[in-house]
Every structure is written in structure tokens, then in C-alpha cells.
Design a protein around this ligand. Structure first.
Ligand code: G1P
Ligand code: ZN
Length: 544
């Protein structure tokens, strides 16, 4: 039954070495042998796949269903013993991570392009996660990439599609296929971490939450846990039905794409809490009535209060944040006396710290927070931790934020994105910036004096590996900071990200509008990097 398909010239453009997954337009994935090339490269590059157990599922975007069938046939033809697949081919990214760990699987294949739009003309993605449940480390992704450039054949079966709509145990060419409830194991894990009783009581007391699932994968998870298990009123979860094109929207929980939620939360009669997650369920945002909790602040508040949830009642071993994430969490760590790690952008850098027990909580400014319960960031988990904290503290989100700033001061923070910039222009900007780093200290720009400037290098404290060129950071004497880096996930030209931060200790200033509070730093950033000269852009496309 096994068929070996010869590929004469490889059509595979390849994922960039170092990134944990491959993200392209659906059209590209549909080119003959394209997806198959990547999948076979995984089977070739990862040792001991024969006889192994794999987890498989995706965020349900367009092409998910076809891809699952292709991967199942190829897994069987490559001698995989057992594949555990989410019903309907669905699994959120954190749930896939949870299943890999729970099943002690060899690894997992996750189908998603995260918060990118879906549909026949939009994006699809695939990535391989290792046995710890996290994105494969660079040695593996580099090996997959190398394979993809040289393979000349792949293995598959000549069989029809299998039915994935019911929970069942099937066999495909001698390989066991277990179709499981995508929510079950994840729900069990959440139940262990959080005080469901207390949260139930909170909802019973009339607490109102609006959770926008953005027609993406978290819908079924949020409905199951929030509405059915925790007793939140029906309709708490909106846009709950996962759609192949996410209803035509970007399933990206930021102030632009989740506008409707922001509007509700800032209007009269707003519920107590608003939340949203992204395409594959690993990102989250949280809002209170009339207040948006910046993800960097959310990480800090969660770090300061996590001990209120049963899963973290013994405190945290440490925290970690990506370098461009604001330093708000550092202040909490200093107060508690726990270590705070600064890593390059991308969740995979947290994996070693979590595995080694050096950090318990971690997060990024890009709406990602998580803990050592899985090895991916986890959107619904963050919402549940917030709910647990709210249930314990019996204060509003606004009160909690203000109390936090009064204790630690406020790190005003914003990210400005310049999207679809000409790639050469963006590279030229970064090159010019790097060239003048040594001359910057001491210079005064827009009334801010540069204290230090460098291109971030990370040395992993666990395995000693070194990652260079992870973003240019400029520290001012006032304690303000600006960071420049190019996105590694965009699919259209280059995206320049400018991260702006200013620390304020005076409560009188806490109410200032964020962009106003950051005005001087914004001006300094533009002058230092010459954003307009290089890109021709006067304004960022997205401000978050
Ligand atoms: C973006 C975010 C980063 C996140 C990644 C994957 O990467 O900035 O924090 O880990 O998506 O979700 P970027 O496009 O900036 O490389
Ligand atoms: Zn995501």
C-alpha cells in the first residue's frame, strides 16, 4: 500500500532556519509535493520516528482538513505507530502541547498560522513540537530545513480519507489513529491549576465576562470551560464557532483587529472583563471596564498574584520575558526576590528555562503569557488565571491595575509596527542603526540622553547556546528605552517593530494617555533610526 513518490526538483522554498514553523500562503502549500516535502523532512530529520506516538491537530483554518489527511497517510507510510488527533483535526496550540506531554508522545505536528488570516488566498502553517511539548529547538528545525532542500522522494499510502468527525480508534495501514476530544485533557489540566469553585462563585455573583474567540479555535475550549464548567452565562463567549476563514477577519487580539471588543469595553454598561484570543489559541488580551491591560502589564500582575491560584500557591521559581517586553515584571521579580530572565523574541527560548525549573511564568509583549504547565503560551490559561485572581481579590481590573502601579510604578509601553515595508529598505535601516551603535551613548536626542546601545545577544543559561542580533536596544539615562527589530513571522515584505517604554513613578502621571506619555521617546526613536528616510513612512500601521 505504501507509495514512494519521487520529487524531481524540489519546489520547497524552505522555512527560514531558526524559526519553529513554516508559514506560507495556502496556494503555496497546495503546490504539488510542497506540504509533503516538509512533512517527509520532519520524518527524515527527527530520529526514531518509527514506532513513535505523535499528536496531530490544527486551528481549523482553511486547508487544515486536507493537511491532516495527507499527514496521517505519510505518518503511516513512515512507520509511526500511533497518532492521536483532535476530533475534526482540531487542537489549539496549548492543547496540543498539553497532549504531547500527557501522552508522553515523541512530538506533535501543529497546523496553524497563528493570528494570520485564513482562507484559500490567505495563510497556512505547520510546525513540529518536541517531546517536551514545545516548539522544536534549532538543531531540529535546522535539520528539517536541510532535509527539505535535498530530499527527492516521500512516502505515503494509497488510501481514502478517514472519518475524523467522531471520537474513535481506527487503524490506517497498520498505524493506530486515536481521535480524541480536543478539550478533555486541557480542561483537566486547567482544573488542577485553578480554583474552579471560586471562579464559579464569581460568575454566580453576577460578574460579567465577554470572551471574543474571533471565530477561531478557542471557541469550543472557552465555551466548554467558561460556560459549561464555570457557569458563565450562555453568550459569554462570542464568535465562538471556528470558521475556516475566521469570518474574514484577522484572528489577532490587538486594538485594531479586536476593535469591536474594545468598543464594548469602553462604552457605558461594559462588562467587568473582556478577553480575546488568537487563531490557534495561544495569545490573549485582557481588558477591564474602560481599561486595556497591556500584555507586559498583564505579565507583571500575573507574576505578582499567581500564588492566589492553587497551581502556583507555593510561589514562582522565577519569571522570564522576551527582551522587547516591558520591564514591569522585572520590578515584581525584584520585590519578591526571584530571578527574571530576558530572552530573545519567540516562545522557544522559554522552553529551556521552564524545563530546568528556572522560570515558572513567562510572557511576551505580543499578547503571549504562559507557565510551566505546557510549553506554549496559552490564551485561555491566562484568562483563567486572571479570573482566579479576581475571584480572590474581589476588586475590579481597574482597581488591581492602579494598585499595581502604586506599588511598582508604571511602565508606559507601546509597540509601533510598520508593515509590508520594502525588505531592502528595512534591512538598510537596521544596518545603518547597527553601524552607529558605538557612537550613540552620550548623545542627546529630543531631550533624552542615550545611556547605552547594543544589539541584543542571548546566552542560554541552561545549554550555553548563543543567539546574536536579536534586536537593537537603546537605553536612555531617564530609564526609558526603545528597541528596534524586524519581524520573523510576516509573510509580506518586512515588518519593522519599534518598542517604546518609559517608567513613571509619580501616580499623578498614571492617567496620561500612553502615546502622549511616550511622545518624546517616539520622537527620539524616529530620529535615531531615520524611519521616515529609510521607509518613507510617516506613521506606523499598527499601534498596540
Ligand atoms: C511575533 C511576536 C513574538 C511571537 C511570535 C510568534 O514575532 O512579536 O513575540 O513570539 O510572533 O507568535 P515577530 O513577528 O515579531 O518575529
Ligand atoms: Zn498564535
Amino acid at each position: 500500500m505504501t507509495r514512494i513518490v519521487k520529487i524531481e526538483t524540489t519546489p520547497f522554498a524552505g522555512q527560514k532556519p531558526g524559526t519553529s514553523g513554516l508559514r506560507k500562503k495556502v496556494k503555496t502549500f497546495r503546490e504539488p509535493h510542497y506540504l509533503e516535502n516538509f512533512v517527509q523532512s520532519i520524518f527524515n530529520a527527527v530520529e526514531n520516528m518509527e514506532g513513535a506516538t505523535l499528536i496531530l491537530g490544527g486551528d481549523g483554518r482553511y486547508y487544515n482538513r486536507d493537511a491532516v489527511q495527507i499527514i496521517l497517510r505519510m505518518a503511516a507510510a513512515n512507520g509511526v505507530a500511533r497518532v492521536v488527533v483532535g476530533q475534526g483535526g482540531l487542537l489549539s496550540t496549548p492543547a496540543a502541547s498539553c497532549l504531547i506531554r500527557k501522552q508522553k508522545a515523541k512530538g506533535g505536528i501543529i497546523l496553524s498560522a497563528s493570528h494570520n488570516p485564513g482562507g484559500p488566498d490567505e495563510d497556512f502553517g505547520i510546525k513540529y513540537n518536541s517531546d517536551n511539548g514545545g516548539p522544536a529547538p534549532e538543531v531540529i528545525t535546522n535539520a528539517i530545513y536541510a532535509e527539505s532542500q535535498s530530499i527527492r522522494e516521500y512516502r505515503t499510502l494509497d488510501t481514502a480519507d478517514i472519518e475524523l468527525s467522531e471520537i474513535a480508534e481506527l487503524s490506517l495501514g497498520g498505524m493506530a489513529v486515536e481521535i480524541v476530544d480536543p478539550v478533555k485533557e486541557y480542561r483537566k489540566l486547567m482544573k488542577r491549576l485553578f480554583n474552579f469553585k471560586k471562579i464559579k462563585k464569581l460568575f454566580k455573583s453576577g460578574f460579567r465576562l465577554r470572551f471574543d474567540a474571533m471565530h477561531a479555535i478557542t471557541g469550543p475550549y472557552a465555551q466548554d470551560i467558561l460556560e459549561r464548567k464555570l457557569g458563565a452565562p450562555k453568550g459569554t463567549v462570542i464568535n465562538a464557532e471556528p470558521l475556516e476563514d475566521f469570518g474574514g477577519h484577522h484572528p489577532d487580539p490587538n486594538p485594531v483587529h479586536a476593535r469591536a471588543l474594545f468598543d464594548v469595553m469602553f462604552a457605558p454598561g461594559a462588562p467587568d472583563m473582556g478577553a480575546a484570543s488568537d487563531g490557534d489559541g495561544d495569545r490573549n488580551i485582557v481588558l477591564g471596564r474602560g481599561i486595556y491591560v497591556a500584555p507586559s502589564d498583564s505579565l507583571a500582575v500575573l507574576a505578582a498574584n499567581a500564588h492566589l491560584a492553587p497551581g502556583y500557591e507555593n510561589g514562582l521559581a522565577g519569571v522570564a520575558r522576551s527582551m522587547p517586553t516591558s520591564c514591569a515584571v522585572d520590578r515584581v521579580a525584584a520585590e519578591v526576590g526571584m530571578p527574571c530572565f530576558e530572552t530573545p523574541t519567540g516562545w522557544k527560548f522559554f522552553g529551556n528555562l521552564l524545563d530546568a525549573g528556572k522560570a515558572t511564568l513567562c510572557g511576551e509583549e505580543s499578547a503571549g503569557t504562559g507557565s510551566d504547565h505546557v510549553r506554549e503560551k496559552d490564551g485561555l490559561w491566562a484568562v483563567l488565571l486572571w479570573l482566579n485572581i479576581l475571584a480572590e481579590r474581589q476588586e475590579s481590573i481597574q482597581e488591581i491595575m492602579h494598585a499595581h502601579w502604586r506599588t511598582y510604578g508604571r511602565n508606559f509601553y507601546s509597540r509601533h509596527d510598520y508593515e509590508a515595508v520594502d525588505s531592502a529598505a528595512a534591512e538598510a535601516l537596521m544596518t545603518a542603526l547597527r553601524a552607529k551603535l558605538v557612537t550613540l551613548p552620550g548623545q542627546s536626542v529630543e531631550g533624552e540622553t542615550v545611556a547605552s546601545a547594543d544589539d541584543f545577544t542571548y546566552t542560554d543559561p541552561v545549554d550555553g547556546s548563543v543567539s546574536n542580533n536579536q534586536g537593537v536596544r537603546i537605553l536612555f539615562e531617564s530609564g526609558a528605552r526603545v528597541v528596534f527589530r524586524l519581524s520573523g513571522t510576516g509573510t509580506d515584505g518586512a515588518t519593522l517593530r519599534v518598542y517604546l517604554e518609559r517608567y513613571v513613578a509619580d501616580p499623578e502621571e498614571f492617567e496620561t494617555e500612553t502615546q502622549v506619555a511616550l511622545e518624546r521617546i517616539i520622537g527620539a526613536a524616529d530620529q535615531i533610526a531615520g524611519i521616515f528616510q529609510h521607509t518613507g513612512r510617516k506613521e506606523p500601521d499598527v499601534i498596540s
